[in-house]
Write a protein that binds this ligand. Structure first.
Ligand code: NAP
Length: 418
């Protein structure tokens, strides 16, 4: 292990999380790197860290403690090292395996499309995981937001996000248009830009494996493959087919297809311990989450569908201020705010820290520190039900008390054991 990353010495009083047989081995004092984030990141991180430390203390006395270790990306990294994403930052995540981050500015004209995307690619964080559940009292645009309690596994490395695009009028675009016309008889207007959408069996199946494992390990009984395979047969349709294939080959003992469910021996009833694997076409899924949200538990989907669906589902239960997320692989996990840096509120101590706080809940769950995770979730739920919330929720909740970011964190801490 290096003695320091980004010039910061590795804390002497903690140990790295390691990996054994695909599972994190977590010491009593794990070193967890954090990226504070830009804009409102500092406000959010200060509040979140207090909640995390209080919950761990409350759950385990002094027996367990997170040893936080700051690493840099975004504006802070640029100011210190003239780099948006220093190599050491990525190396530190590799070394310590689990990290948490606030929102990062997307550099304009810096040669980097997005720091978040760069981090995902460098660490091959192939699954974007977004749990979506409702906290009682949060204003919502739907009648029964409490019916939604699902977790989305979005593929993170391919689809139209692979970045294979050619601008209209360039020699590359012209060459491709000509090739597709002459060789494959596919007519494309000459003034077109071209984008390529790769979806592979490898990336699909590792994602579906993770989604089914999640269902199995957390007692969820439905995994839904969401795709646009009726139109894009060899990419999205293949995603569906490879997903079913994986379910049958690797989880045949526990997975049941929708077709099998209505035949003997099941006759429409899924026995305990089994997982129904079904699929839905993406456009229909957007209706389904509005009208029959309670029927869905784990959703597994290609990159672009997942992007749209995650935000739509989050909006249904109260918006991005409370939506947590993680980007994971078989070796590393980075937990993160799902919203941006909201720069106009930077340093004002007003922003909602809920997204990072709930990402911390996911982090503690991944570490096996369930007790700390439950305390935080309870504390947050109790604080919201007391109508003590930050401005974004207060403006939509009649009779609510508006709290600053730091006050909201203090209220959650008061309510940890509520
Ligand atoms: P944004 O930072 O998410 O902010 C847009 C609006 O969303 C805010 O003005 C605020 O609305 C609301 N909002 C966002 N976070 C909130 C929170 N925690 N609590 C309450 N309200 C919240 O989006 P943006 O202005 O488009 O992006 C700003 C920068 O962030 C850009 O550089 C962008 O690239 C980057 N970004 C980073 C990430 C990431 O790191 N994961 C994600 C998205 C964007 P009101 O003004 O109505 O209160």
């Amino acid at each position: 292990m290096a003695a320091s990353y980004n010039g910061n010495p590795v804390p002497a009083d903690g140990r790295a999380i390691t990996l054994e047989n695909g599972r994190f081995q977590v010491p009593e004092r794990p070193i967890i790197p954090f990226i504070e984030g830009d804009g409102t990141g500092a406000d959010i991180w200060a509040a979140s860290r207090r909640v995390f430390d209080a919950a761990v203390h409350c759950a385990y006395g002094g027996k367990r403690q997170v040893v936080w270790y700051e690493i840099y990306a975004g504006e802070k990294a640029y100011q210190k090292f003239n780099q948006w994403l220093p190599e050491d930052t990525v190396a530190a995540v590799r070394q310590f395996r689990v990290a948490i981050k606030g929102p990062l500015t997307t550099p304009v004209g810096g040669g980097i499309r997005s720091l978040n995307v760069a981090l995902r690619q460098l660490l091959d964080l192939y699954a974007c995981v977004r749990p979506v559940r409702y906290y009682a009292g949060v204003p919502s645009p739907v009648k029964h937001p409490e019916q939604m309690n699902l977790i989305i596994y979005r593929e993170n490395t391919e689809d139209v996000y692979a970045g294979i695009e050619f601008r209209e009028g360039t020699p590359e675009a012209k060459e491709l248009i000509e090739l597709l016309g002459t060789k494959y008889g596919k007519k494309i207007r000459p003034d077109s830009g071209i984008g390529i959408k790769p979806i592979s069996k490898f990336a699909t199946q590792r994602l579906v494996r993770k989604a089914i494992q999640h269902a199995r390990d957390h007692g969820r009984s439905v995994v839904t493959l969401v795709h646009k395979g009726n139109i894009q047969k060899f990419t999205e349709g293949a995603f569906r087919d490879w997903g079913y294939q994986l379910a049958q080959e690797e989880f045949g003992q526990i997975c049941v297809s929708e077709e099998d469910l209505y035949q003997a021996p099941y006759h429409g009833t899924l026995p305990a311990g089994k997982i129904l694997v079904n699929d839905r076409i993406a456009d229909s899924m957007f209706q389904q989450v509005l009208t029959r949200a309670q029927e869905y538990q784990v959703v597994c989907t290609p990159n672009l569908n997942g992007d749209y669906l995650s935000d739509a589902c989050a909006a249904q239960v109260g918006g991005l201020g409370l939506a947590p997320g993680a980007n994971i692989s078989d070796e590393y996990a980075v937990f993160e705010a799902t919203h941006g840096t909201a720069p106009k509120y930077a340093g004002k101590d007003v922003i909602n820290p809920g997204s990072v706080i709930l990402s911390g809940v996911m982090m503690f769950e991944a570490m096996g520190w369930e007790e700390a995770a439950r305390l935080i979730e309870n504390g947050l739920a109790a604080t919201i039900s007391q109508k003590r919330v930050t401005y974004d929720l207060e403006r939509l909740m009649p009779g609510a008390t508006k709290l600053k970011t730091s006050e909201f964190a203090s209220a959650i801490i008061e309510n940890l054991q509520a």
